[in-house]
Every structure is written in C-alpha cells, then in structure tokens.
Write a protein that binds this ligand. Structure first.
Ligand SMILES: *Cc1c(COP(=O)(O)O)cnc(C)c1O
Length: 351
C-alpha cells in the first residue's frame, strides 16, 4: 500500500438500481415514470438556442425558482432548486445537521440518508419502523440533531397523515425537520400546507418521478426564507452553477402543463389500484402504497427467487438484500401493458 492511500476518504456509496438496456425489457426497478414528460418539454427542447450554451447559466436559477414559487403559491425566497432532490438533500444535510447530535431517520427508508451522514461525518440514529412498517412518531421525541423521513416512505410506499407529521414537528421545535416528498404526487397530502406554521420545516420534491424527468435532474426544497437563504449560502460555497441552462428551460415547461401532469399521475394511480387487486390474487401482500411502486412479498415463494425469475424474463424489479426487506420486491407501477406482462408471467411462474 502506498502512503498516499492513507489520505483517501473511504466511503460506502449508495447503490442505485440497474439501468439495463434493450427493446423488450420491462423496467420496474427505479420508480421512473412510464410516460414521457409533458409535450411542452419537447417543444422547449426543440426551440432551445444552442448558442446560449456558450454562457454560464443563471446561478440563481430564477426562471425555475419563480415558476415553482407560483405553482406552490409561495415566495420566490422560499424555493431552492438542485440537480435532482439528491442534490437538494445533500445540501440540506451539509447546511442543517451541524449540532453534533444524532440526526434521526427511520431504519427502513431512503438508503441515501445514511450515505450522506457518513460522508459528512454527521452522527445518526435510525428508529425502527413498527411491525406494519409504520413510523412511530414517539421515537422522534428524543433529543436529536435533526429529523428526515420520506412521505410516502420508501421503499414501503406508506403515507403518514399530516396530523402525525405535525406530531413530529411539534416535538422538534429546536431542529430542522425535512420531509422528502419524492412520491407525494401519487395521492398523498403535502406537508407544504404546514409551512406557514413551522419555520424549521423543509419540504423536498423531485421532477424524477411524477414529472417523468429523472434524466434531466431537477429537485427542489420549499421552506421559510431563512432556511432557503442558508441553503443558498452553502450552495454558493460549493458550486454556484448547479442547474444547467437546458434543465432550467425544460423544468419551467414541465411545470406549465398541469393538465398533463394530472392525467399521467392519475393513470399511474389507477394502474396502482389495479395492481393491488392483481398482485393480491397472485398471493402477494404489501403495505397500502400511496407511491408509484408496491412493496410486495409472496406468501409462498421467496422474493429473491421471484426477482431472479423475473430478470430472466427481462422484467426488472428492485430487490434489497437487507434485514427486514429481504423477502420483499419493490415493483414500480408501469403502463397497463407492462403490468399485464408482469401479471401474466407471475401467474405462470407461481401458479
Ligand atoms: C427517487 C428519490 C429521491 C431522489 O430523486 P432525484 O432523482 O435525485 O430527484 C429522493 N428521495 C427519495 C425517497 C426517492 O425515492
């Protein structure tokens, strides 16, 4: 071993779902949206003037910040945008979790939280979900350095009603509470309506799931002007130009088309409803998902075995070989046609 190797930071990185390529494959493993982005996004792409690439983009990302502020009926000083919500969340960890006390997040939740905490040297504790995979609000009443949880939670899909979110906020006036709403557009009720009451609340959203733009990388946080100012100070101390010019224009175009947004999220919710019926008939059980995926386990056949069989059939779902999760599959809601192929194969395989 060379001496310089002692100076290298060692981390265990987050492992994203596979991105296999092929015509025939059905990809239900990373919670992407099966429908294309809004048609206005394509128009904005075609009208884009590439001469503008010569210049730096607007560091304040004003066009996108303003369109999101209008969409959510908040001030432009209440919106922070980033390169996917992963960027927003990483900035939020850096900005808000500096007390030296442990940050709290559920043992079963978005696995990136732990990775950021380790990377930034932030202590953390992970209160266990109960036997039904629900967050116990009581666990978040202890002394801590901040709280973060997804709502609906991932990979369970369970939505926590706002009166419970409020309980967590009421027990945590002295720290910052982040609600990661990556899946809120599939039927949940947003904590945005609590913003006027809690200056220490940050709500984080993404264009990756409900807006079909995972490849463009847009996420944002909404909170009090003081939180947003603090996030911007850290961002400008790290990388001023996080948002590139095309993503700003495409993001604005996506926000404009409310009708398309409602139509596609509505279709996904209808397909999810159908999936619950069909998967139950096939012998699966699962928490009642409010997200664009279902976290299912089979009464007879082990999850890993089903996962491998599906993969051979070129149907990709997500399998986590981890305690508490190892007999579950996280199945993203695809189009009705994709889901039919899934049920058909499962019917034959399990039947
Ligand atoms: C997908 C996801 C994100 C990250 O999404 P981006 O593509 O980075 O916007 C964050 N949190 C949860 C819970 C997610 O599922």
């Amino acid at each position: 071993m060379n001496k310089w190797e002692n100076n290298i930071r060692r981390v265990v990185p987050y492992v994203p779902g596979e991105q296999p390529v092929g015509d025939r494959l059905i990809k239900l493993n990373t919670n992407e949206n099966p429908y294309p982005p809004a048609p206005g996004v394509l128009r904005a792409l075609q009208e884009m003037d590439y001469h503008r690439f010569r210049k730096y983009p607007d560091p304040a990302a004003s066009v996108l910040v303003e369109s999101l502020a209008e969409y959510h009926q908040v001030g432009a000083d209440q919106v922070f945008v980033g390169v996917g919500s992963d960027d927003v969340l990483a900035m939020a960890f850096l900005t808000f979790f500096n007390s030296g006390k442990p940050v709290l997040f559920p043992d079963v939740s978005y696995s990136f939280y732990k990775v950021w905490a380790e990377l930034f040297g932030i202590p953390y504790e992970t209160p266990a979900l109960d036997g039904d995979f629900r967050i116990c609000t009581e666990d978040y009443k202890r002394e801590n350095g901040g709280v973060i949880f997804p709502n609906p939670n991932a990979p369970t899909g369970l939505f926590m009603p706002l009166d419970q979110v409020r309980k967590i906020l009421d027990g945590n006036e002295d720290v910052i509470v982040i609600v990661d709403e990556a899946y809120i557009d599939f039927g949940g009720v947003s904590a945005l309506e609590l913003l006027s009451e809690y200056e220490n609340l940050l709500v984080v959203r993404t264009f990756s799931k409900s807006r079909s733009m995972a490849g463009i990388r847009i996420g944002y946080g909404v909170g009090s002007p003081r939180l947003i100012r603090a996030l911007n100070d850290v961002k400008y101390s790290y990388n001023s130009y996080t948002m590139n010019m095309p993503s700003l224009a495409l993001g604005v175009a996506a926000v404009k088309d409310q009708a398309y947004f409602e139509a596609t999220t509505g279709r996904i919710m209808a397909t999810r409803q159908q999936a619950k019926v069909r998967l139950r008939e096939l012998g699966f059980s699962f928490p009642d998902s409010m997200a664009n995926f279902i976290f299912a386990s089979h009464k007879r056949v082990f999850a890993e075995q089903i996962f491998e069989a599906l993969k051979k059939e070129q149907i990709y779902v997500r399998y986590f070989k981890q305690p508490r999760l190892e007999n579950h599959l996280r199945i993203t809601i695809g189009t009705d046609e994709e889901m039919e192929r899934l049920y058909k194969f499962l019917g034959e395989y399990l039947g």
